[in-house]
Each structure stands twice: as C-alpha cells, then as structure tokens.
Design a protein around this ligand. Sequence first.
Ligand SMILES: N[C@H](CCC[C@H](N)C(=O)O)C(=O)O
Length: 276
Amino acid sequence: MRIDFTKMHGLGNDFIVLDGRVHALPPVDAAFASALADRHTGIGCDQLIVLEPSMDADFRMRIFNADGSEVEACGNATRAVGLLHGEPARIETLGGLVISTPTDGGISVQMGKPRFDWNAIPLAYAMDTHAMPVAWEELVNPIAVNVGNPHVIFFVADPYAIDMARIGPMIETDPLFPERINVNVAGITARDAITLRVWERGAGLTRACGTGACATAIGAMKRGLVDRRVTVTLPGGPLVIEWREDNEIVMTGPATEAFRGSFDAADFGAHIRIAI
Ligand SMILES: N[C@H](CCC[C@H](N)C(=O)O)C(=O)O
C-alpha cells in the first residue's frame, strides 16, 4: 500500500504529514509512528502528523512524537497544516480546538487558553505551579503551564549554557510529571524578547517548539517579566506570541513545505487490516 506524505517544518521542527482526508491510511499506532520518525531507518521527523475528517471542525490533526506517543498539541505543526489548508481552518486536536489563519507574517494560530492548576498540568501531587519548590541541579524554581500539552519552564541567564541533552530527559521523565513533560529553558532579553531552547517530551532537543514558545511566553507574562506580546527566539528562529485579553494565546510564525513523496506502508510495519 503506497502512502503519499508531505515533509514540512516550522523553524526546523520537522514533520511528516499524512492526509487521511484524501486517501485511505492504515491504522496509525506508536510502532508505525516511531518507525517512520526514525532518522536512521525511517524517513525521519520530530513528529508524525495525521489529518482526518472531523465532525466538529474542518479536520482533525493527530500528533505522534518521534517515540510514538500520541499527544495533545503541536504549535509548529498547526502552522504547517494551516499552510497546507491554505485558508483559515478550525482544527480538532486532543488538546482542544485550535484555529489557523494564513497572514502576511506567515501563519497565525489561536492555540486556546492556558491552564495553571497542578492537576491540569498535570503534576503527581498538589503544588504551587507558579513557583515550584523543586530543582534539578542548576535548574530551579520553575513555572508549569498547560497549553494543550504540558510544559515546565526554567528562567536562566543563558539557555545555551545548559546541558539539555543530559538534564532534559531527567526532568521529562521525573515522577512529578505523570504524563511526562516538555522542558523549556528561557532567557529574558527584553520586555518583548525571550531566548528559548526546548527538550521536547517524546522527541528530544528540537530546533523549535511552538507550544514551548507559547508556554514560556505565558509563564514569563505571569511572572511580570515581559509584556503580553513577545518574540520568542528558538534555535530555528523567532515566533511572536500574544496573550490576548480574552485569555486566548495567539502564535504567529512561518511554516515551510519541504518536499512530497510516498512510501510503502509495509516498509514501516503498518498493520494493514484487511476488511473482511
Ligand atoms: N513534544 C510535544 C509535542 C510537540 C510540540 C512541539 N513540536 C510544538 O511545536 O508545539 C509534546 O509531547 O507535548
């Protein structure tokens, strides 16, 4: 069974997009997703994105991290599928409804409202998520925000001085986070500027993380460190995040279609269920 795909990225955070709205797809499970995502034996991506018809929105977007875990939100991928869709789109995700709109600055996405309660992050037990009394080596006193998916944010002098490859997975898998966590280390460079690096849950260190930029911007605003519209610069480039008066988070930035191709589903262990 040949499957067409589109390879896309948002500031270097890259995706394989399968569009189940136009052709039949095999059932997508963690094994299939991680096999496709593998950069050595597969096609390679940070996340696999599967588009499906939706009863409640223009379409549904399913998000699988490189480790095969299916998750609630992916900001950069939302811009990418918004680019593919070509006009404003209401998109159903496990994290809720998001809305993408092509603009002259790229694609603007309304990502929903942030949540701060410990059991909405979620954490394993009650804690003040605004200033968490926890530390992992030099990373201390973080803030936690859920923007559809879970994030913990540490404000540091220099994000590029942190050994993310070593400390990222330690925090990602800490028992404090029952659904694991995306790990953000951020530096405030002005009232409207943040520098950010993200160790992503299920994907590792990526060139950019849209939801990380949203969560970090909201965390910095909650702490009074920046204004309600801020540019977050990741290794792959900048995103503009605004926290609107109606509590909606709006992210604006580029999305890029890299190339299109096809593969044989059997090559990646897709379990083709023969309709009986
Ligand atoms: N690793 C994230 C999903 C992808 C988020 C990131 N790629 C983005 O652009 O938001 C998670 O497990 O919640």
